[in-house]
Ligand binder design. Structure first.
Ligand code: ADP
Ligand code: MG
Length: 476
């Protein structure tokens, strides 16, 4: 049995050729490895059928060595019938007959390392495809600042990868940016966490903004993902501008609204003033006339005396009530006596009417806008009325400065109540007080509980410098 016949029955793929390189033996394993049936390849030139054409030079070199009696062992790519290449581990040696070299025997098997290397290349390609699709640049940088690898978009690079790989951050980036990156590298090693920095670079077409995220991959290198975020900043600027514009518009609308509510308060009070004058000038006059007529009647018709004596006290009471109502409705003349004077006047009158003791601790150098003065006066007035109804015997009114506002408290020792149970939609007193103070730009609070008196606390903004002119106009 020929030595080659023996080999063709082994578990390896065996191919034998003559000295011209034509295939003489092709075993079953070879059929499997190369994908060809022996009948089709025997007699064909082995190199052009089984090996990649681009390897021809190397094949000739190896063959030269083999015919001189040398052996080749190593990895070599082969081509299968379907055109696919794979890496094989090969052993080739000369075949001798009668002492003379008569051909070459090649034993091949699929290289495991080869298939793994191929797989890795495939993976690399896949990874590269992925990285190309991501709008980021990925660098590996050594602890000492040397760039060791790059992947991703090359458009955003300062220099081509060949030009900067192996060079340092300090050599490539402007000093300030390099310092920032070096610091971030040190920090990510220290914290073992992702460090994010942002910097500006001029790539020729104006400054661009980059965000870099650095993460250590071992104790020697960091991987950093760099993204051009210029567009985001532009969008953010745009958004900021829009917000600023809207804010200005909103402030303008707010000021207008404020102005309107102030005018409303003033108009409301003027209306009350008109009703007060009406009551005083007409109804009170008519009542006086009625009283005089009754008096005349009693004098002229003595029999009517009994009836007149009944009617007169009713007319007197009506007159008193109309006068009181007129006084309560009349806006005090702040111009002449100021808010404090007006409150003092009201306290004196109201204390006398009700018998309550009312203490007043004013804040003397008070400067309130016109609308706020009206508000303060009306809230105090309404609080006193509520206190009288709640059978208070003592009320304390205090004013004090609290930052840019005046804080006014009205404490009474009346029967108290639970403010949460007051139906806001029905009552007009407390609701009106709250609305007035909020309209005037202040705050409002009622503290009370049954049996323990009541505190009304409200604040009003003090006049600012710019308000004075407008305020003079409000005062007419
Ligand atoms: N100072 C107070 N002491 C006790 N109860 C009060 C006081 N202020 C208000 N209240 C209670 O809250 C209710 C609502 O008050 P308000 O809104 O002023 O309406 P009104 O005075 O017309 O009843 C009052 O009816 C009263 O029960
Ligand atoms: Mg009331």
């Amino acid at each position: 049995m020929d030595g080659i016949d023996l080999l063709t029955s082994t578990e390896q793929a065996v191919v034998a050729t003559d000295l011209e390189g034509r295939i003489t033996h092709f075993n079953r394993r070879a059929e499997q490895l190369y994908g060809w049936p022996a009948t089709e390849v025997v007699g064909q030139p082995a190199a052009s059928v089984l090996l990649p054409p681009r390897q021809l030079g190397r094949v000739q070199e190896i063959v030269r060595e083999l015919v001189r009696g040398r052996v080749f062992a190593g990895e070599f790519p082969i081509v299968r019938r379907n055109g696919k290449e794979l890496l094989a581990w090969m052993l080739a040696y000369p075949h001798r007959r009668d002492g003379a070299i008569s051909g070459i025997v090649t034993i091949a098997m699929r290289s495991r390392r080869g298939s793994r290397a191929l797989q890795k290349r495939k993976q690399d390609l896949r990874l590269r495809g992925l990285l190309r699709a991501i709008p980021d640049m990925v660098f590996r940088i050594r602890r000492d600042g040397v760039y060791t690898d790059f992947a991703g978009l090359e458009d955003g690079l300062l220099a081509s990868p060949e030009a900067f790989l192996g060079r340092t951050v300090r050599e490539l980036l402007p000093p300030a940016t390099a310092a920032l990156v070096e610091d971030a590298i040190a920090r990510s090693f220290q914290t073992k966490a992702v460090t994010t920095i942002a910097y500006e670079l001029d790539m020729g077409a104006g400054p661009q903004i980059f965000e870099a995220r650095l993460a250590p991959i071992d104790d020697r290198e960091v991987v950093t993902v760099v993204r051009d975020v210029t567009q985001h900043f532009l969008w953010r600027d745009e958004l900021d501008n829009q917000v600023a514009e809207r804010t200005v518009a909103l402030q303008r609308a707010n000021r207008k609204l404020n102005e309107l509510s102030k005018q409303l308060l003033i108009a409301h009070d003027e209306e009350r003033g008109r009703i007060a004058s009406e009551l005083h000038d007409h109804q009170a006059q008519l009542l006086t006339a009625l009283s005089l007529s009754l008096e005349n009647c009693r004098r002229e018709v003595p029999e009517s005396d009994r009836y007149i004596a009944m009617a007169q006290p009713i007319v007197d009471e009506l007159t008193r009530q109309v006068r009181e109502l007129s006084l309560a409705l009349r806006p005090p003349d702040f111009g002449a006596i100021g808010l404090i004077g007006a409150v003092e006047e009201h306290i004196a009158r109201f204390g006398q009417q009700t018998g309550m003791r009312i203490s007043f601790w004013p804040y003397v150098s008070l400067q309130l806008p016109r609308a706020a003065e009206i508000t303060a006066y009306r809230i105090i007035q309404e609080s006193l009325t509520n206190a009288a109804r709640a059978r208070a015997t003592h009320v304390v009114i205090q004013m004090k400065r609290a930052g840019d506002a005046i804080e006014i408290t009205v404490d009474d020792n009346g029967r108290g109540f639970d403010p949460t149970t007051v139906d806001r939609s029905r009552t007009s007193g407390l609701t009106g007080m709250r609305e007035r103070s909020l309209l005037a730009g202040g705050t409002f609070l009622v503290e009370s509980s049954p049996g323990s008196g009541t505190r009304v606390l409200f604040t009003l903004p003090i006049m600012k410098e710019g308000d004075r002119e407008q305020d003079d106009r409000d005062r007419g």
